[in-house]
Design a binder for this molecule. Structure first.
Ligand code: CU
Length: 199
């Protein structure tokens, strides 16, 4: 009987000694960009001329916008980019009230990615939460490294850009936005300029 009394104490001691890894330790592996400390404030939105690249297709009769967004299009930021852009260096502006489809193609040879339209945070030090600003404006299992949009996959999201404003287009895989996998996403007031800007 006396021995049994010690077993719970021992178990607690073992539990306290185990699990030395911090819960938010980045996964080990060769495909991780160097962890840069998140900027205390976000890089400013681009102010370049508005353009309509081939991947931005607007139909003013159907009131739709189709965006082809390639995660890992280039090796920039170790593939953690959209159409080669990172850190808000690209701003996509769509007309208010239009139905927007974002066709996300994952060409990263290694890593899952996702896409969501979220409020602009003060910074990306904290992992973004999967709460899109418009219903449907987020891809499936957006925080999962094994069940988001996987290498070689294409996943589309469709939503109505129902409210004018300035938002962020974000990869929600933990750690990705912190090292720059996000863009600016704006919904223009009626008649305002739409298209794509770079710095
Ligand atoms: Cu990502």
């Amino acid at each position: 009987m006396k021995l049994k009394r010690y077993i719970p104490v021992l178990a607690i001691a073992l539990a306290a000694c185990g699990g030395g890894e911090p819960a938010d330790a980045p996964p080990q592996g060769g495909s991780q960009p160097a962890a840069a400390p998140p900027a205390s404030t976000l890089a400013a939105p681009p102010t370049g001329a508005m353009t309509t690249p081939a991947w931005y297709v607007v139909d003013n009769t159907a009131r739709t916008v189709h965006l082809t967004l390639i995660a890992g299009e280039t090796a920039v930021n170790n593939y953690w980019n959209y159409n080669g852009a990172t850190n808000g260096s690209l701003a996509i502006t769509v007309p208010e009230g239009y139905t927007v489809t974002i066709e996300q193609v994952n060409r990263d040879p290694n890593m899952a990615h996702s896409v969501g339209i979220l409020p602009i945070p003060a910074n990306f030090a904290m992992p973004p939460q999967p709460n899109p600003v418009f219903p449907g404006a987020i891809s499936q299992n957006p925080m999962s490294m094994i069940d988001a949009t996987m290498p070689g996959e294409t996943e589309s999201i469709t939503f109505v850009a129902s409210e004018e404003g300035n938002y962020a287009l974000v990869c929600l895989i933990p750690g990705h936005s912190a090292v720059g996998m996000w863009l600016y996403f704006n919904v223009a007031d009626e008649g305002g300029p739409v298209g794509v800007q770079t710095r």
